[in-house]
Ligand binder design. Sequence first.
Ligand code: SF4
Length: 322
Amino acid sequence: MAAQNILIRLPNWLGDLLMARPLLHAVRATHPAARISALGPAASRLLEGERLWDAWDAWPPDTRRRFDQPRQDVALVLPPSFSSAWKLPRGIGQRIGFASEGRSWLLSHPIKRPARGEMHLSREYLRCGEPLGVQEVPLPTLAPATKELNEVQTRKRGMGLDGPHVVVAPGAAYGPAKRWPAERFVDLGHRLVARGLTVLVCGARQDRPIAETIAGAIGERARSLAGETSLEEQLALCATARATVSNDSGLAHLAAAAGRPTVVIFGSTSSAWTAPLGERVTVIQHAPVCSPCFRRTCRIGYRCLQAVEVSEVERACLSDVA
Ligand code: SF4
């Protein structure tokens, strides 16, 4: 399918957005002359340096009028929700997206999904590119800007923490069934500090209480930066870290995209479906028979998370540092 103007409705969540990068790069490489417009959350601006689109605007769609000109030939709708297909600008002939939430009648090319976890989500997104004839290309590292790299150095110096650091991310907005116990992050932090490393406990604003508790319990070679950094700064922190240790959250995907060693602890969800993309990613998941249940909370004691020992996370964290 030839296309002059392509509209891409980007995923809403940071992790999903980063798992859509193979598709976004493939669309750009296959259709170099097309004008690509993107609609997405503020977090998607993180990818602006990759030049994957020519125009970007924020979702929700009160700005959609901008995308009625020029008229789009094709829309790729990556979120699976009914509303994301329903609220697209009118008059686009080719509308491609997952056949989900009873919205197939809104799409010209509804893409059937396999059972959850049967195929990695990044490959599901690539399937959405098939009607456009896209060819997969090598995925580049997501590089931070020099400005943020400098800011990170200044911030570390300001805290009196000049040495090598490990990023630790104990949050997960999804719920406790994705969160490794805080006391294990503390134990891990003590072990990393004993090896001469600084521990930067990172996350979103809502992770601040747990991040401050963990950093305080580790001691003076640890600091909480949760809620204090932009996504661009967080990318720079991960890109300059010896390693990142994270629950299954957007921050894990960010560290993996930066190309640095990334250890990801999975609980109730499926690493086969949503493991971060990157050559230096180590997934730790000990799945009991009930896994993956995709629950936010657990009634039987979070066995999947309790099974993950501090020593194996420490080993994974230190096995690929350079
Ligand atoms: S039901 Fe099983 S997989 Fe789900 S959170 Fe509980 S222990 Fe983990």
